[in-house]
Design a protein around this ligand. Structure first.
Ligand code: FAD
Length: 372
C-alpha cells in the first residue's frame, strides 16, 4: 500500500515525492507516461555526447532563497547569467532592449539620459493597457514593437499581440543602461551536472518507487494508495468535461554541428525571418567543453504536447469550471503548470509544491494531535 500516488515526475511531482518521503516518511509511487523523469526540464547526453535539453532550453533563475536553498540539497551549481541576441534588420542586437540595442540598431551613441528621452518621444501612451500590443507600444513605440515583438509574438502564440492578454508581455523589460542580462534575479545558476542528475538525487530514497512509460489510468485501479498528487493536465483528469483547455505547443529540431561554436550567444531570437522563433546553443548553458556543438530550433504550433496555457478571458472561464471540480475533489492535490493551467517557471513550481507540502504536513500533524 502506498501513501501517495504522484502523477508526473517533473518539478511539481518530484519535489512532493521527495518531501513526503524524506520529511514524513511516506511511501510514494511516482509515475510518468514519458520514459524519463524530470518533466520538461529533462536533459540528457545526445549521441555525440553533448548535454542537451530535450524540451527546449531551461534556464534556472529565482529571487527565492527558500527555493534555491531547497534545490541546493540535490545539486551543486554553475553560475550562469543568460544572454539573448535578436536578429533585427540584418544585425544581432541584445534583447531585452537596452542602451546598446538602440545604439547598435540605429548607429547612434546615445547616453542613458538621451535614451530615456528617445523612448519617451516614440512611446504611444494608452489610456488603458488591455492587450500585449498596448504593453509594448506604450513603452517603446510602434517601430520597435514591429521590429522586436509583433511577429515574434504572432509566431509564438498564433495570434496578433493586439488580441493577446496583456499578461503575456507584461514583463518585457526595457533598460536604459547597458545591462544585457536576460534575467535580473538574485539567483541565476544551472545545476552543475544537469537537471536530470538533480532529479535523480531528489528521488533517490528507499520510500520512493518510480514507474515510467505508464499513464496513471493504466495502474490506478490495481495499485492501492491513500492520496493522489496530480501534476498532469487538469482538463484531461476530468475527461474534458468542459472541453479542452487550449495550449500552444512547440516542435523541437535538434542538430549537432562539427565545430566548437555555432552562434555568438546562448540564444538568438528570430522575430521576423524563418518559421522558428529562436535557436539555442546548449554548451553556453551547460558550460560543457566539446569539439562539437548542439543546437535546437523551436517551431511554435497549435497541436502537440501542452506547453503554454493561452491566457485570454474565454480560457479563464473554462478553467474556472475545472477549478470548481478541483475544489470538490479534496483527495487529489492538483499541483504544477498543467494541473493549474498557469505558465509557471521552474522556481515558481518548486515554490508551489513546497507550499502544498506544508499544507499536507500541517494537516497530518493536526490529525495526529486529534487522534492522540
Ligand atoms: C520550451 C519551454 C522552455 C522553458 N524554459 C524555462 C526556463 O528557461 N526557465 C524556467 O524556469 N522555466 C522554463 N519553462 C517552464 C518549465 O518547463 C516548467 O515550469 C516546469 O517544467 C513545470 O513543472 P511541472 O512539474 O509542473 O510540469 P512538467 O515538467 O510538464 O511535468 C509534468 C509531468 O507529468 C506527466 N504526466 C502528465 N499526465 C500524466 C498522466 N496521465 N500519467 C502519467 N504522467 C503524466 C508528464 O509526462 C510530465 O512529465 C519552460 C517551458 C517550456 C515549454
Amino acid at each position: 500500500m502506498f501513501d501517495y500516488l504522484v502523477v508526473g515526475a517533473g518539478f511539481a511531482g518530484s519535489v512532493l515525492a521527495e518531501r513526503l518521503a524524506n520529511q514524513l516518511d511516506k511511501k510514494v509511487l511516482i509515475i510518468d507516461r514519458r520514459n524519463h523523469i524530470g518533466g520538461n526540464a529533462y536533459d540528457h547526453y545526445n549521441n555525440d555526447g553533448v548535454l542537451v535539453h530535450k524540451y527546449g532550453p531551461h534556464i534556472f533563475h529565482t529571487n527565492s532563497s527558500d527555493v534555491f536553498e531547497y534545490l541546493s540539497l540535490f545539486t551543486e551549481w554553475r553560475h550562469y547569467e543568460h544572454r539573448v541576441l535578436a536578429s533585427v534588420d540584418g544585425q544581432l542586437v541584445p534583447i531585452p532592449i537596452n542602451l546598446n540595442t538602440i545604439n547598435k540598431l540605429y548607429g547612434l551613441n546615445l547616453s542613458a539620459f538621451q535614451l530615456e528621452e528617445f523612448l519617451a518621444s516614440v512611446a504611444e501612451p494608452r489610456d488603458k493597457i488591455l492587450t500585449s500590443e498596448d504593453v509594448v507600444v506604450s513603452k517603446v513605440g510602434r517601430e520597435l514593437y514591429e521590429k522586436f515583438f509583433r511577429n515574434y509574438t504572432r509566431k509564438q502564440w498564433g495570434i496578433d499581440p493586439s488580441e493577446l492578454d496583456r499578461s503575456v508581455t507584461a514583463r518585457v523589460p526595457t533598460r536604459i543602461n547597458r545591462d544585457d542580462r536576460y534575467f535580473t534575479d538574485t539567483y541565476q545558476a544551472m545545476p552543475l551536472y544537469g537537471f536530470t542528475r538533480m532529479f535523480e538525487n531528489m528521488l533517490n530514497h528507499p520510500n520512493i518507487k518510480i514507474m515510467l512509460n505508464t499513464d496513471y489510468r493504466e495502474i490506478q485501479k490495481v495499485i492501492s494508495y491513500k492520496e493522489m498528487i496530480y501534476t498532469g493536465p487538469v482538463d484531461e483528469f476530468f475527461d474534458y468535461r468542459f472541453g479542452k483547455l487550449p495550449y500552444r505547443s512547440l516542435a523541437f529540431k535538434h542538430e549537432t554541428h562539427e565545430r566548437p561554436t555555432f552562434q555568438p550567444a546562448p540564444v538568438v531570437n528570430y522575430p521576423n525571418e524563418h518559421p522558428y522563433t529562436r535557436v539555442t546553443e546548449f554548451k553556453y548553458l551547460t558550460g560543457q567543453e566539446h569539439a562539437k556543438t548542439s543546437i535546437v530550433y523551436e517551431f511554435p504550433k497549435a497541436e502537440g504536447d501542452p506547453y503554454y496555457p493561452i491566457p485570454c478571458p474565454e480560457n479563464a472561464e473554462i478553467y474556472k469550471k475545472y477549478k470548481a471540480l478541483v475544489d470538490a475533489t479534496p483527495e487529489v492535490h492538483f499541483v504544477g503548470r498543467l494541473a493549474t493551467y498557469k505558465y509557471y517557471n521552474m522556481d515558481q513550481v518548486v515554490a508551489q509544491a513546497l507550499t502544498i507540502f506544508k499544507q499536507i504536513s500541517s494537516k497530518e500533524l493536526l490529525e495526529v494531535a486529534v487522534n492522540r
